[in-house]
Design a protein around this ligand. Structure first.
Ligand SMILES: [Zn+2]
Length: 52
């Protein structure tokens, strides 16, 4: 676990969906101690569809 990254990137207590997605994307790159929640992954896919 990348503890230094976690110290520098605390999840905001009232994080919006956008913030949670951004946090997890960075987290997956920098650490990956836990997986992206399926509900959030589904939201990510939805957003991608919208854009493309
Ligand atoms: Zn982590």
């Amino acid at each position: 676990m990348n503890a230094a990254w976690h110290r520098r990137h605390p999840m905001p207590p009232k994080a919006t969906t956008e913030q949670r997605i951004a946090w997890h994307l960075q987290h997956a790159k920098q650490c990956g101690c836990r997986e992206i929640p399926p509900t959030l992954a589904a939201l990510m896919r939805k957003k991608k569809k919208k854009k493309g």
